[in-house]
Ligand binder design. Structure first.
Ligand SMILES: [Zn+2]
Ligand SMILES: [Zn+2]
Length: 141
């Protein structure tokens, strides 16, 4: 069954026909500012398996660096996905409806984490990207 999700105002909806993988909590300062949260949980997928179901005209991309970009709703501000060179490569797990079939497996960019938030689980922590990847959605390419 396809994974579906969408933004707060409901205008934008998306579907991922395949499985999610490599879910991680990103604590980097860019994600924190973009989402207004201590960290953001992303999961990767095969970009070929992603499609917008509605509201694509409302989607905006802000990508200050290659591999560090976000898709968000221009009406309600929901951050829906991560981008790499304009391509959507990861989904914000919090916008998925129901059970996404995956749980966060690590904390990344802990080296720049918020000082006011204490990680209180036993998941592996990495200062930046995990050693087996060199960037976002490495395995999705
Ligand atoms: Zn919206
Ligand atoms: Zn980040």
């Amino acid at each position: 069954m396809a994974i579906k999700g969408g933004c707060l105002c409901g205008k934008i909806r998306y579907q991922i026909s395949g499985r999610l993988f490599d879910a991680s909590n990103c604590h980097c300062s860019m994600c924190r500012r973009q989402h207004g949260a201590a960290f953001v949980t992303y999961a990767d997928f095969n970009p070929d398996e992603f499609k917008w179901l509605s509201g694509e005209d409302l989607v905006r991309i802000y990508e200050p660096l290659p591999g560090a970009g976000w898709c968000f709703c221009s009406q309600c501000g929901s951050s829906l996905a991560g981008t790499d060179k304009g391509k959507i490569t990861s989904i914000t797990l919090a916008t998925v409806e129901g059970d996404p079939g995956i749980n966060p497996e690590s904390h990344i960019f802990v080296g720049s984490a918020a000082e006011w938030y204490q990680i209180n689980d036993d998941l592996p922590q990495f200062d930046e990207w995990p050693p087996e990847t060199q960037g976002p959605s490495d395995k999705a390419r």
